[in-house]
Design a protein around this ligand. Structure first.
Ligand code: CA
Ligand code: CA
Ligand code: CA
Length: 413
């Protein structure tokens, strides 16, 4: 196919050249050869367009593996807020969401631009142009950020500002993220038992052009401090409220002071943010190998929908998701002023890791089964192989899901 495109491009170029050179130089082309060159050039152009249309069908249903659109952008105060993306006088929340879309919608991690979520709790919500199916035992989507391995390789990670990932199904079918949310249970739930604060809550208060004070529901208080590198307002300018409250899970602090371990001439201070093993955004580098821009770190940045848990931290076994939310998961700041400031999650892109499977799941026969059909004619199973739609659920409405029946997959909608 590449060969055909190259050939068409070459022919198109030759014919167009012939025609344009003849025209420019006013060469004595006979009327016949003139019109032939013109015709050939047109023909090549038409066939080229035809091939392009085969390759890239202009269909509204074309699926992309990247984010289709941002639904919500509600950062907590921070040094990058009002800057990444930039707030301009008069911007509303809708304008800021549009600016987020311009930075990340439809783009992969190489082409997109960062969106900052500010201090703990700040979030962004987005969706894809299709549901992402949950393949058993596999990571299903990745959230890309700007985490990186520190240069001295003294610790695992180094600039890891973990954001907590949440997922949701559009259960009420209105296309809006107004349904039940589930948190992805990352590695801190098993590696840092007792150090994760669930049901955490922080309130930030507006303090124009000053440090932003906060209090939490554990009796703590503090500030998001201004620095000389970022001179804009740190509280989201487009919001009318003077207070912003966020609720969720607080991950354990991960900052280490390794200043004694480096040459003072190289750097007077060396603080690092140790990475968590899995299950967060902006926690591990986008690439497994710094020197290889194709070595996407699907393992470290990938999320398995099966990790989703409910409010009681119990697995919920979703077979697909429609919305993703990411929020800043840490409430810590660097003790050295003018150094790193608050820890804040940034995201740059997100990606369905198995677009084909998600599309296949969507394209399955959307048959209208009744519960009785499923009970009496053939049992149905979910993707984990468990009996689906058991008799105890007979009175419940059928929720959209993928079922396996007689060895064939169906999308029940
Ligand atoms: Ca999965
Ligand atoms: Ca909804
Ligand atoms: Ca970051």
């Amino acid at each position: 196919m590449i060969y055909i495109i190259k050939r068409q491009l070459r022919q198109l170029g030759q014919h167009f050249d012939l025609w344009s050179i003849a025209k420019r130089e006013q060469l004595p082309l006979s009327l016949d050869s003139w019109s032939r060159a013109k015709k050939l050039s047109k023909l090549s152009l038409l066939s080229f367009i035809f091939i392009l249309s085969l390759l890239f069908p202009l269909s509204s249903s074309a699926q992309s593996k990247y984010i289709q659109a941002v639904d919500e952008y509600r950062p907590a105060p921070g040094q990058y807020v009002n800057d990444v993306p930039e707030y301009e006088e008069g911007d509303t929340e809708v304008d800021m969401i549009r600016k987020c879309n311009e930075r990340i919608a439809g783009l992969g991690p190489i082409d997109a631009h960062l969106v900052a979520l500010g201090g703990w709790g700040g979030y962004i919500t987005f969706h894809f142009d299709h549901p992402i199916v949950n393949l058993p035992g596999q990571r299903d989507f990745a959230v890309w950020g700007n985490a990186y391995q520190e240069m001295r390789h003294l610790v695992f990670g180094g600039m890891n500002e973990a954001g907590i990932v949440m997922v949701s199904q559009d259960t009420n079918g209105n296309g809006k993220p107004d349904d039940q949310w589930y948190e992805i249970s990352g590695s801190c739930d098993v590696d840092s038992v007792g150090k994760v604060v669930y049901n955490y809550e922080v309130t930030y208060r507006r303090n124009p052009m000053g440090d932003i004070p906060w209090t939490d529901n554990q009796g703590n208080s503090g500030t998001i401090d201004r620095n000389h590198y970022h001179t804009q307002e740190y509280f989201p300018q487009w919001l009318a409220d003077d207070e912003l409250t966020f609720r969720g899970t607080r991950l354990p602090d991960n900052m280490l002071n390794l200043s004694d371990m480096v040459d003072q001439a190289w750097s007077p201070y060396y603080y690092v943010l140790v990475g968590f093993r899995y299950g967060y955004a902006d926690n591990l580098p986008n690439f497994a190998d710094d020197a290889d821009a194709t070595s996407y770190n699907y393992e470290g940045c990938g999320i398995d929908i099966s990790w989703a848990v409910d409010d009681q931290r119990q697995p919920v076994n979703l077979d697909h998701i429609d919305f993703v939310r990411v929020y800043s998961g840490m409430n810590q700041k660097c003790p050295q002023p003018e150094w790193w400031g608050e820890t804040s999650t940034e995201i740059i892109s997100a990606e369905d890791l198995h677009l084909e499977a998600s599309i296949e799941a969507m394209g399955m026969d959307r048959l209208q089964f009744t519960v009785d059909d499923l009970q009496e004619n053939a049992p149905a199973y979910d993707l984990q192989g468990r009996r689906s739609l058991s008799s105890s659920k007979r009175t419940s409405p059928l929720t959209p899901q993928i079922i396996i029946r007689n060895g064939k997959k169906f999308f029940l909608k």
